[in-house]
Design a protein around this ligand. Structure first.
Ligand SMILES: [Ca+2]
Ligand SMILES: [Ca+2]
Length: 164
């Protein structure tokens, strides 16, 4: 009888413990499914593009590859809020200046660069890392267009997980 009570006590204690830690160990709950392609997406905290790339790999995904206008629009609707300036995406030319590729090596003909971008702005020390422009970007780029941004920038990023 006493044994039983202790078992219950520990069961409750462990339940509370796991309830408390579960949101931290499971990033899964923040993933959002894109119904158009079935893939899952996650918005990271603020960090460098390379840090976001490493995090994406660790989680089994990659910094988002934007395959077409429909996916671009879905990302705008889902991740770009009224106070967003820029968010990291997977396009980059850090390995070879001027040669932009997607980080997962997907070969994608679609692009949506903002007018005058990418410009590798040398005043910023060069720019090799892709962003999608939100409504609060200081250059008045059209929301959803892309720009290249410098290594020193610290932004949220979008991670994509291929499902199937
Ligand atoms: Ca994609
Ligand atoms: Ca560049």
């Amino acid at each position: 009888m006493l044994q039983n009570r202790w078992n219950k006590f520990y069961l409750i204690l462990f339940s509370i413990f796991f309830l408390l830690i579960s949101p931290k160990v499971k990033g899964d709950e923040r993933k959002i499914v894109n119904p158009d392609n079935g893939n899952e997406y996650l918005l990271t905290d603020v960090m460098s593009w390379q840090e976001a790339r490493v995090l994406a790999e660790k989680l089994g995904g990659y910094l988002v590859t934007i395959n077409d206008e429909k996916e671009n629009q879905w990302l705008i609707n889902t991740f770009l809020h009224h106070d967003t300036d820029f968010v990291w995406i997977g396009i980059n030319d850090y390995q070879e200046e001027g040669h932009f590729i997607w980080i997962n090596n997907e070969n994608v003909p679609y692009t949506n660069w903002a007018s005058g971008e990418p410009n590798n702005n040398l005043l910023q020390g060069g720019e090799d890392y892709g962003v999608i422009n939100g409504g609060k970007n200081p250059f008045n780029r059209t929301v959803g267009t892309w720009s290249d941004a410098p290594e020193k920038a610290r932004l949220r990023g979008i991670i994509e997980f291929t499902i199937n």
